[in-house]
Design a protein around this ligand. Sequence first.
Ligand SMILES: Nc1ncnc2c1ncn2[C@@H]1O[C@H](COP(=O)(O)OP(=O)(O)OP(=O)(O)O)[C@@H](O)[C@H]1O
Ligand SMILES: [Mg+2]
Length: 271
Amino acid sequence: MRTLTLTNQKGGVGKSAAATMLAHYLRSLGHRVLCLDFDHQGNFTEPLTKSGKCMVSSVTADKLMTDPEATVEDAPMVLVPQDKLPLQALERSPDRYNEFAKNLRGFLARHGDRFDFAIIDTNPAPDIRMLAALVASDFALAPITLTQEAIDGLADLYNHPRVGIFMLQQRGYNRRLRFLGMLPMLVKKTTFQLSVLELLMSTPAYRQHLLTMVDDPKTGNDFARIREADVIREYQAAGQFLGSGRKTAAREAWSEVKPVLHRIATLMGAA
Ligand SMILES: Nc1ncnc2c1ncn2[C@@H]1O[C@H](COP(=O)(O)OP(=O)(O)OP(=O)(O)O)[C@@H](O)[C@H]1O
Ligand SMILES: [Mg+2]
């Protein structure tokens, strides 16, 4: 099993939407997918539950960190839903942080033969849930939005003393963690957004950490992005998989989203 965590301490950048679409896409390729919602807002739990495609586990996400023997049901696609209060309570037990991270790693290891992929959606805070998820993951993906605040927050994404991706790699907390890159989401073709994208693509320190559509990117089109589309928001709210949408708008959006999801799947060894 390979585990991917969606991460960005900034809220509303598309983590849950990307996690949901990716989970459905991996399942549509025939993979067994385990979906873990570490965010008490439940924006991964809701659409997956509504979709009817997931077995919703009786075990909630907090248990994966508190119960060393937590086990989930067998099904091709299983959701471990959030449970608000116990998830939020984890942060208030600093003396148990190591135990939480260890339990999650143990849980994933015990389920390694039962699923092909685990997708973890996190809450936008540098807390123990995000830390435990990143420490236990093989891959991380960071949806971003093309705003000034998002660019200002990139230093934290990389170097935050607790959950910065490069900090975790360099200090040996998780040397196998592979950062797939930043994925611009909710992209609008405004002059401002295009200039931010241009800045990211032309600044080496950012450019090397953008999710690319090919191994050796040359032109702007070689960098991944997902545009803002009402239909993506609607499908996410309704719990429907964009890839099975029949409306013209859904098909058009899917023709742009699918190659991005396919690239992520390929980088994780799925396709
Ligand atoms: N490409 C898109 N086009 C239109 N709407 C989108 C797109 N991506 C995400 N959204 C919508 O934007 C909102 C924020 O997205 P999402 O909930 O995925 O962000 P998030 O990073 O998970 O937020 P949080 O940090 O609060 O968990 C949601 O309503 C979602 O449906
Ligand atoms: Mg979210």
